[in-house]
Design a protein around this ligand. Structure first.
Ligand code: F6P
Length: 200
């Protein structure tokens, strides 16, 4: 069996400020996680010469991968975070203030009611994300060597659900905490999972 390691990027400056989306750098805590992750990956995949590191095209995942050495790194646009459209880069408070209608009818009501299908204006829904992940999943299945996927909350919910065989409706609610590695082992007897929390 070969492992697939899934992790979110280290904490970003937007995470600290509560902004959704965006493309900011990582915080000090995020940098510490990047170092710990590199150490973990170095040990865990020591003899795995063909392993590779996949990130999104957003700074926070590329920066999180940067202390990892000795493995090729591949950037996938399909691993970018859910596109929040007109809400990108805003906090929920700002959305409420600047777009009260959007907040009330769209964010608060529709998104809560049907988070899977709710599409941000000029952005994406979880279903859109699931669809664009198809080529990534095909490539992950084809790989024989371990892969470390450094991506984002919504995207990792979808990837995790695919491997853990979780129902579609649960996807937007799966817990994928920061600074935690989810290791998935695909063996002949099925899928096994381990979680490593590297920081609080
Ligand atoms: O808050 C971090 C984040 O990755 C945002 O960029 C993104 O919009 C959000 O999580 C996705 O999670 P949810 O669908 O629960 O809002």
């Amino acid at each position: 069996p070969r492992p697939i390691l899934l992790t979110r990027h280290g904490e970003s400056q937007d995470n600290v400020r509560g902004r959704i989306g965006g493309d900011t750098a990582i915080s000090e805590a995020g940098e510490l996680y990047a170092k710990k992750l590199a150490k973990f990956v170095g040990k865990r995949l020591k003899s795995e010469r063909a392993a590779s590191i996949w990130t999104s095209t957003l700074q926070r995942t590329i920066l999180t991968a940067s202390p990892i050495v000795g493995f090729p790194k591949i950037q996938w646009r399909a691993l970018d975070e859910i596109n929040a459209g007109v809400c990108d880069g805003m906090t929920y408070q700002e959305i409420k203030k600047n777009m009260p209608e959007e907040y009330e009818y769209v964010i608060d009501l529709s998104r809560k009611k049907d988070k899977l299908r709710y599409r941000y204006p000029r952005g994406e829904s979880y279903l859109d994300v699931i669809q664009r992940l198809e080529p990534v999943i095909i490539e992950l299945e084809r790989q024989r060597a371990p892969v470390v996927v450094i991506s984002h909350q919504a995207v990792l919910r979808a990837l995790y659900a695919y491997f853990a065989d979780r129902p579609l409706n649960e996807i937007p609610h799966i817990e994928v905490p920061l600074h935690t590695i989810i290791e998935i082992q695909m063996g002949v007897t099925g899928v096994q999972e381990k979680r490593y929390k590297l920081m609080d």
